[in-house]
Design a protein around this ligand. Structure first.
Ligand code: BJW
Length: 320
């Protein structure tokens, strides 16, 4: 494995040259995308430092069991994430990948991200496989009989799930004595950060949660893939079709811990089709499950900085 570190000092010139030489010869390329791609846009990742929502491990809220046990808590988690995703912007890596898709018909991005940022670039939808769904589709809990699903960008999706701002009177004693960022935000009428356990969380009654407009009986739920659930059939078919269509030149593994399956398994599937593996990550411990192989690249650092530089020979300059 070649490895490049210290993005501030620039990418190791030899690694960059060998990556560019291979990219220039490539026609069939995959990119497996994870939460680290959107980190510098301002969205938290799942595991590690940003992975705690209040006292809850984010992964533990992403299950049907968590939703069934406490739909209000899980909806508050997803409503917060929908709100956050709508506040932030795609970063240069999202744009560079979209440009690669437009320049290279044999490129497919396999995204585990549900934040909708890639879709807000002009990434062709046919070259973006949303493995874990999207925050901006919601569907009826009764999938089998009702089956309703809809695209929904309404924020908040129902009034009870609004992110509290509750401005306080700036002339009050409370305001004058405010020292914490939370209180100052409150003064200015800014969103409170309900991912912080120190900020009180309103109790939302189940009957105030979004209800299916079709059957009017069951709750709506976020259109994402939770643990134990199957990935969207059409998406799985699209990936299989790509894998079975011939040799794969390269798979770029960008900002993912590559711990969740079947997504992580696509790295070895691509290798089996001849692909060289290029990992872009802040953490060198987040390597592919099968370990490093000869010919792999590891570029350490922020995806938003590295990906545009890696793709520059094909996509040109993408300005930050
Ligand atoms: C940066 C950076 C910067 C930070 N720049 N980098 C085979 C073996 C074992 C288990 C299984 C298996 N097959 C299936 C399973 C079970 C299970 C599974 O994988 N379990 C594992 C935990 C072992 N899989 C499933 O249940 C899947 N369903 C399925 O397979 O159905 C059939 C079946 C069921 C049951 C048994 C067998 C078969 C469904 C998986 C759904 C995952 N859903 C989630 C939630 C989506 C909704 C939501 O967003 O809330 O998807 S979980 C969560 O993890 C989310 C993510 O997409 C996914 C991956 O996380 P990601 O993106 O990698 O984030 P992080 O935080 O882990 O990593 C961020 C990385 O970025 C880090 O490496 C940082 O260093 C890096 N980074 N800043 C570059 N600026």
């Amino acid at each position: 494995m070649s490895s490049s570190t210290a993005p501030d000092a620039g990418i190791n010139a030899e690694d960059l040259a060998s990556f560019h030489e291979h990219l220039n010869k490539s026609t069939r390329v995959l990119a497996l995308l994870g939460a680290g791609l959107s980190a510098s846009s301002g969205l938290p990742t799942f595991r590690g430092a940003g992975g705690l929502w209040r006292t809850h491990d984010s992964v533990s809220l992403a299950t049907p069991e968590a939703f069934n046990a406490d739909p209000s808590l899980v909806w508050q988690f997803y409503s917060y994430r929908r709100h956050m995703a709508l506040q932030v912007q795609p970063n240069p890596a999202h744009y560079a990948l979209a440009k690669l898709a437009r320049k290279m018909p044999g490129f497919q991005a396999l995204s585990q991200n549900v934040d909708g940022l890639s879709q807000r670039t002009d990434h062709p939808p046919g070259q973006l496989q949303l493995l874990h769904g999207t925050l901006f589709e919601v569907r009826c809990m009764d999938r089998r009989r009702c089956g309703h699903s809809e695209t929904n960008f309404v924020d908040p999706i129902v009034p009870a799930l609004a992110i509290p701002t509750s401005g306080i009177d700036p002339t009050s004693d409370e305001a004058r004595q405010a020292v914490s960022a939370q209180l100052q935000a409150k003064q200015q009428g800014k969103d409170l950060d309900i991912s912080d356990v120190k900020v009180p969380l309103a109790s939302v009654k189940t009957h105030d949660l979004p209800v299916c407009p079709k059957c009017k009986q069951y709750l709506l739920r976020p259109g994402v893939v939770w643990f134990g659930e199957s990935l969207p059939e059409q998406v799985l078919d699209n990936v299989d079709e790509f894998m079975n269509a011939g040799r794969v030149d390269m798979i770029m593994v960008i900002g993912t811990s590559a711990k969740v399956y079947p997504a992580a398994g696509y790295i070895e599937d691509a290798r089996a089709k001849g692909a060289r593996v290029c990992v872009v990550n802040m953490d060198e411990n987040d390597k592919p499950a099968g370990g490093w192989k000869k010919g792999d690249w590891f570029f350490k650092g922020d995806a938003a900085t590295l990906v545009p530089r890696l793709l520059e020979p094909v996509v040109g300059r993408v300005e930050p």
